[in-house]
Design a binder for this molecule. Sequence first.
Ligand SMILES: [Zn+2]
Length: 305
Amino acid sequence: VAALIQSFIGHTAHKQALLAGLKSQQWPASFIFYGPDGVGKQTLVRALLQVANCEHSELACGVCSYCVRSLEERNELIIPLQPESKKVISVDQVREVHQQLSLRVVGDKRRFVLIDPADKLSPGAANALLKTLEEPPERTHFFLVTQRVSRLLPTLRSRSQVWGFTALSHEDMEVAGELDPVAIRWSGGSLSLAKWIQDGPGKEAIDHSLQLFYSLLCESPQDWKKNAPWFFSEDEQRELSFRIWSLALQQRAHGQNDNLEFLPADPGQLARIYESIQDLQKDVESHVDKQLALDHFYYQIREAQ
Ligand SMILES: [Zn+2]
């Protein structure tokens, strides 16, 4: 058990401002926390729930029943709202939460509704949520967490206090402790990604990503499907590889990694490869045949060099 706010990594200005708002009773009914995956958005929500309800300490004691309950998956203090069937948050789920909110919380504690990822709210669910926000229950706060704020209804955005979170710095991640330099380097500022790399499976995934990047840059065109089957079938690994390639370009540009000498040294060429990666990503998202998309990428970066 722990007082999360006291060990919370990075985002110092956000943390201070949110704590100050809580102390002066100026919190709105709805917050949007947006930014990359794994930088601490949901952890901060849990940390704030502890601070809002702890009976013993201004920055949460970490041991009282309210601090402990703040970390539980769900109870009357924290109501999570996540996609269920069909990968969306349905209007029925929002109505169910609305019902739960009609019950008062014992001891006038603050109650959070944690909606993550909020971009999965169906249009109907988003509208139902808006209705709830028009007359929010007392001492209840909605936290809409997302990587893509542009996918939320503008009306939801305008009714919420919006906080953008950025990638963590290398310094922040060193404070987190026990992360090796390889994990930090390839995490792109995401603590959860760094831990995944550190723990093993991530290292292999990075090797696969870099091997394909190398073949695309340095070898003749090939049957990508045969040589990198994961690119065609494993969405998460593919998404990760786009991230890894972009980080590789950055590291090359700053001369931070001697193993990337297969990449050109010229910043202009690196920038063009970066743009090609973005094009490839767009192609894949819009369901262009992946073999064709990779071939196209292959010839595009050939022109860039
Ligand atoms: Zn406590």
